[in-house]
Write a protein that binds this ligand. Structure first.
Ligand SMILES: NC(=O)c1ccc[n+]([C@@H]2O[C@H](COP(=O)([O-])OP(=O)(O)OC[C@H]3O[C@@H](n4cnc5c(N)ncnc54)[C@H](O)[C@@H]3O)[C@@H](O)[C@H]2O)c1
Length: 364
């Protein structure tokens, strides 16, 4: 089992542990209870994950005589809205939650974002723990305390920074994850390789077969390495004022495409397209070489991720969505571009016409 600490110097918590391993779900209850963060716990899980993995944790708490309840919501990005949060609040109140209660977010990135957001608001803040069950959540969204829900105008437009007390990553939970969702998480691993860790990029390239076969040791290496990158960045820039913005590589266009598809396209899939777009913009603005830009596109394709904007999506509508992106400052849309592989930077001066040109090319 690998353990690493996220060291923060302020805000909700000083530091918390990320535990990464395999087959420890039967001990998860005791590992969580040992933290002593609350006197009563509520598992927050979506309809898929609650049925697959919720009861196991619930039974462990009950066996220790610790009160535990489960609140569920329909699976999918469509649930990541304020109505779900209000539903969770009602559920908490109806089950007698108070300020000594704690939440356990068991699920993918949607569940983690929802749980963290609800925890940050209920009675002005409850402790929460994350048990991420999708690859995307294990390598990315469970670390760093960004919580959010979507508005019809765009993704993650309401949210808070609110750190969990612990993150428990059991790789065996990925065994029930659908293939499409697995690929979704691979996109975020690729992102770390492109913006920060060229060895990881090489590993993805040479270890593609191991990845597709979900080789346990290889997966553990990828997840541990990704978590280390994410936690390192969060430690330096918890509030996303500087280098944490690099993690949004591929996300500016990705979020707009994802929202424009009505969330039919998954987060990682849209980010994959967004990474190709960011690479093309970087190349056209004379930062990235053509061969580096091509390598990113090649990797996206090799890893089985979509590399084109679906033809039915309108470039104009995607452009309008870019204008409400929260990464925008004033009238500028900030793109994370690359000076070279492993060297990202934020550029607010990408001409809109160039963005349109790249999108039209990617839609063919
Ligand atoms: N907070 C952050 O820093 C951050 C970072 C990246 C992404 N996100 C957010 O994460 C969300 C995407 O996360 P996601 O892709 O995990 O989506 P998700 O939570 O909707 O999970 C995807 C699907 O997989 C299912 N699932 C999850 N784990 C499973 C398992 N072990 N077995 C079977 N089914 C399982 C879920 O029920 C769901 O249907 C987006 O809303 C995105 O904005 C947040």
């Amino acid at each position: 089992m690998n353990r690493m600490k996220v060291n923060l110097d302020k805000r909700s918590v000083q530091s918390y542990e990320i535990v990464i391993g395999r087959d420890f779900m039967d001990r998860a209850g005791i590992m969580l209870a040992q933290g002593g963060w609350a006197s009563k716990y509520f598992i927050i899980a979506d309809s898929n994950v609650s049925a697959l993995h919720g009861r196991r944790i619930q039974e462990q708490f009950s066996a220790m005589d610790i009160e535990i309840d489960m609140i569920t919501f329909p699976a999918g990005e469509g649930s990541k809205n304020i109505q779900t949060i209000l539903g969770i609040m009602d559920g908490l109140l109806a089950s007698g939650a108070d300020r000594s209660s704690g939440l356990i977010g068991l699920g993918g990135g949607v569940t983690g974002d929802i749980t963290g957001f609800a925890a940050s608001l209920f009675m002005r803040g409850l402790p929460y723990i994350l048990v991420p069950t999708s690859l995307l959540a294990q390598v990315d969204s469970s670390i760093g305390g960004k919580t959010a829900v979507d508005l019809p105008a765009g993704k993650n437009l309401i949210g808070t920074f609110y750190q969990p007390r612990m993150v428990l990553i059991d790789l065996s939970l990925l065994e029930t994850l659908p293939e499409k969702e697995f690929a979704n998480g691979v996109a975020e691993v690729l992102k770390y390789g492109v913006i920060d860790d060229l060895e990881l990029l090489d590993l993805l390239e040479t270890g593609k077969e191991k990845l597709l076969q979900k080789d346990p040791e290889f997966l553990e290496i990828l997840v541990t390495r990704s978590c280390r990158i994410k936690k390192g960045i969060v430690e330096i820039d918890e509030m996303e004022k500087g280098i944490r913005r690099f993690l949004n590589f591929g996300h500016t266009l990705g979020h707009a495409v994802e929202a424009e598809s009505g969330y039919a396209m998954a987060h990682g899939e849209a980010v994959a397209i967004g990474m190709i777009a960011a690479a093309m913009l970087s190349e056209r603005m004379n930062y990235l070489t053509a061969s580096e830009a091509r390598r990113i596109e090649f990797m996206v394709k090799t890893l089985g991720l979509p590399h084109r904007i679906p033809g039915e999506l309108s470039v104009d509508s995607i452009l309008s969505r870019l204008k409400v992106d929260k990464k925008k400052t004033g009238h500028k849309i900030n793109f994370v571009l690359l000076k070279s592989l492993g060297v990202p930077f934020v550029n607010g001066g990408v001409p809109q016409e160039l963005v349109r040109e790249v999108m039209e090319e990617l839609r063919r």
